[in-house]
Design a protein around this ligand. Structure first.
Ligand code: ZN
Length: 182
């Protein structure tokens, strides 16, 4: 929630703006409407010579667990640019993005996770500030019990299955709260 207007600092109140049908924080002074919408988290499942690039998280949540490079999309960039930027920031790897591959809606936490397929342009990588370590994993080396998020596990599962059958699709899921695993 917010208490003060981001535009003028006056107090805000929850109300339904005219023409809308949901409660929003509206400024009592300048009428600015503070929309609160889902966040897009964009990442990449990138390969180098058949092995997959994973990062071990240096930050919460799920610190110490392995993940695909991914993060919050920034204003002014495309989704593919976000995937390449996050891979460079977290894994120190230059990639080309091939195609959008997996999209997961997590309505209970107001997030959408979008993963691209990608290829590393060279074998160089290193841990960025948000990673403890970065490594390449063959299909039979994936640390399944040490993966950070269900959306990451789904993406890797689909990727390996699609690669085995020789055709990559686009995979859409809805994940709901599951307190036995993230
Ligand atoms: Zn205001």
């Amino acid at each position: 929630m917010i208490s003060y207007c981001t535009q003028c600092g006056a107090s805000v109140a929850l109300q339904i703006p005219s023409g809308d049908n949901l409660l929003r924080y509206v400024c009592s002074h300048c009428d600015h409407i503070h929309y609160d919408n889902p966040r897009l988290i964009v990442g990449c499942i990138a390969e180098w010579q058949g092995r997959l690039l994973l990062c071990r998280r240096a930050i919460e949540p799920r610190i110490g667990y392995w993940t695909l490079p991914a993060g919050f999309m920034e204003n002014g960039e495309t989704t593919a640019e976000a995937a390449r930027r996050e891979t460079l920031e977290e894994a120190g790897a230059m990639i080309e993005t091939t195609a959008a591959f997996s999209m997961v809606s997590l309505a209970h936490i107001n997030q959408i996770h979008l993963f691209y397929r990608g290829r590393m342009l060279n074998p160089d990588f290193h841990a960025g500030t948000e990673s403890l370590e970065v490594a390449l994993f063959a299909a039979d080396e994936i640390p399944w019990s040490q993966l950070s998020f269900r959306s990451v596990k789904l993406c890797i599962e689909h990727y390996l299955a699609d690669r085995t059958r020789g055709a990559f699709g686009f995979h859409e899921h809805e994940l709901h709260p599951d307190f036995s695993s993230l």
